[in-house]
Design a protein around this ligand. Structure first.
Ligand code: SRM
Ligand code: SF4
Length: 568
């Protein structure tokens, strides 16, 4: 069994500059502590890479770039801080603390991410240490939320009182803990209260990551056949539970999913994860460790655009992948079973948990919890959490579930949502409920186009058209990103809208609600205001020619890309 970190067994001839930064960083320390102590509003280029491992990104406010009073070339530096929350589960006290920090140090909004985390935006460098320290004081962490390590481990968020759901959350917590970097750098820099650590840092064994960590980010998720809301086909590593008589008897282990691509670079593309093998519940950690070590040793360390596990699987083929994985596994590899994925529940509205308690799912448009004019979602949620002290589950669709509620909580929820102008799920169209957008402009430095600020307008138009066609009761998923990196997994949805440049987008169709298939390009370079008119040319024949219960993406696939594209 291969177990030692081996960064020299590397198919790429030349390492990318980030590899040298990681290697010389003394386990992710670099000059971060020094730079934090200096009165400068940003980090240098090396540190900019290292802070990601600590859960924060250096960004600049792109709206402010346009402001005439700013000197040309000067940037309004801000930081995004991301919490890593396995299965998206936080306590009421933790929620209230993140809400407080959003006001104290960030831009007064909280953002639920597509991986069940929280992000704060707009933190200034002066407040970064306080923000991260205070997040940790509430027993949440940002360690490993970003960077070339395993990111947040996802799990179906429904708080159902079944052994299956509890086991998935337990496994997600265990896997996340197992994959956490062991370096003490995070604690020294952000948590120890001293401004600068002195002397030689204490280096520890990084048994999984080695000296240079992973070639790139790594993502893991658990799912159930009837709940693939974690989108395991988009993950580097996915565990699809095999359920018999209300208990998990094993998992199909999937690998090699991923969304990111670059326009015009044919060597980059989204991939759907493939079923690699079948494992028993006691093999979850060992199997995950084997996959991550395979990636560590064989991922591309020369070209970061091709440094994901999906390309290892794609380039090798599944037989070589399986054979190599076997050398890392402490047990014989067993072929996967046939476990179809059938469901993608959103869990909005009022539900019984099965233990006498209830949960209420609130749809959060594009994950942004904010007060905006008469719509005061942030205040409504704060009041509800203060009064009801619920457990909170963040969903991979960027929504929020208030859990462990008594039946008597329902009138209060109804009243507060009404008072603060928040639509109840039954008043929100299905197409909006099944939509997501990434933050894009103004915080994301990689955005080519708007997404979070553009999708509401697109959904408004789409709602109208669907209503006129009588298709308002269809569950059609639509996901929009400001660039092809695919942060809300747009290449598996019925409709994908991907920023191309300015107000132009590439429009995809042909994925499906459960996220088990890639979509295809309907039309490239579509102006924002033409997206819905273009889609309408496919929605009209869908309405007319669809088979009973046929989903929009299924229809597009059945008719075929060639004929569907000819419609536009
Ligand atoms: Fe992402 C980079 C936001 C989930 C693929 N992603 C970024 C950055 C950090 C931009 C950057 O590198 O400078 C974005 C920060 C924007 C901002 O202002 O907040 C960003 N990604 C997000 C979030 C917040 C989107 C959201 O709407 O929720 C999600 C945070 C999840 C979390 O809690 O960890 C987020 N990103 C994803 C996903 C979906 C997933 O993981 O299930 C993907 C596609 C899956 C995948 O990884 O293939 C994704 N993000 C990327 C990529 C493309 C990577 C690649 O393989 O090429 C980048 C670019 C990069 O890494 O260089 C990226
Ligand atoms: Fe930024 Fe692109 Fe991710 Fe959107 S998809 S958050 S624009 S990197």
């Amino acid at each position: 069994m291969s177990s030692e970190p081996n960064a020299t067994e590397n198919p790429a001839p030349k390492r990318s500059p980030v590899e040298a930064i990681k290697e010389s960083s003394l386990q992710l320390r670099g000059t971060l502590a020094d730079e934090l102590a200096h009165d400068v509003d940003h980090f240098n280029d090396q540190s900019k890479q290292l802070i990601k491992f600590h859960g924060t990104y250096q960004q600049d406010n792109r709206d402010a770039r346009k402001e005439s009073q700013r000197k040309p070339g000067s940037k309004a530096f801000i930081f995004m801080v991301r919490c890593k929350i396995p299965g998206g589960k936080v306590t009421a006290a933790q929620y209230l603390e993140i809400d407080r920090l959003a006001e104290a140090y960030a831009n007064s909004t909280l953002r639920i991410t597509s991986r069940q985390g929280f992000q704060l935006h707009g933190v200034l460098k002066d407040n970064l240490k306080r923000t991260i320290k205070e997040i940790n004081d509430s027993l949440l962490t940002t360690l490993g939320a970003c960077g070339d390590v395993s990111r947040n481990v996802m799990a179906p968020p429904a708080p159902l009182a079944t052994p299956v759901h509890q086991e998935l959350q337990r496994q997600a917590d265990l896997l996340a803990a197992h994959f956490t970097p062991r370096s003490r750098a995070y604690h020294e820099i952000w948590l120890n209260g001293k401004s600068i650590p002195t002397g030689t840092p204490e280096l520890v064994d990084e048994p999984i990551y080695g000296k240079v960590y992973l070639p790139r980010k790594f993502k893991a998720a658990f799912a159930l056949p009837d709940d693939n809301s974690t989108d395991i086909y988009a993950q580097c590593l996915g565990y699809l539970a095999d359920v018999k008589d209300g208990a998990i008897v094993g998992y199909n282990l999937h690998a090699g999913g991923g969304m990111g691509m670059t326009h015009g670079n044919v060597n980059t593309f989204p991939c759907i994860a493939q079923a690699i093998c079948y494992i028993t519940p006691d093999q979850v950690i060992a199997a995950g460790e084997a996959v991550i070590k395979l990636f560590r040793d064989h991922g591309n360390r020369g070209d970061r655009k091709r440094a994901r596990l999906k390309y290892v699987l794609h380039d090798w083929g599944i037989d070589k992948f399986r054979a190599t994985l076997q050398t890392y596994l402490p047990f014989p590899l067993v072929p996967p079973k046939d476990i179809p994925v059938t469901g993608f529940p959103l869990r909005l509205g009022w539900h019984e948990q099965g233990d006498g308690k209830y949960f209420y799912g609130i749809s959060v448009e594009n994950g942004r919890i904010k007060d905006d004019g008469d719509l005061r979602l942030r205040t409504a949620l704060r009041k509800l959490v203060e009064k009801l002290q619920p457990t909170i589950c963040l969903t991979p669709m960027q929504d929020i579930l208030l859990c462990d509620l008594p039946k008597a909580a329902k009138p209060l929820i109804n009243r507060l949502l009404t008072v603060y102008g928040i639509a109840k799920p039954e008043r929100i169209s299905l197409v909006q409920q099944h939509s997501m957008a990434c933050p894009a402009i103004p915080t994301c430095g990689l955005a080519l186009s708007e997404a979070e600020r553009a999708l509401p307008g697109v959904i408004d138009q789409l709602e109208d058209e669907l209503r006129q066609l009588g298709l308002q009761n269809e569950k059609i998923s639509s996901r929009m990103t400001g660039c092809p990196n695919g942060c809300v997994r747009p290449y598996q949805s019925d409709i994908g809208i991907v920023g191309r440049s300015g107000d132009k987008y590439t429009v995809f169709v042909g994925g499906n609600l459960v996220g088990s298939r890639l979509n295809f390009i309907l039309k490239d370079l579509v102006p924002l205001d033409q997206i819905v008119p273009i889609l309408l040319r496919v929605l009209e024949p869908y309405k007319k020619d669809r088979q009973p219960d046929e989903g929009f993406g299924d229809y597009c696939q059945r008719v075929g890309a060639e004929k569907i594209c000819a419609l536009v």
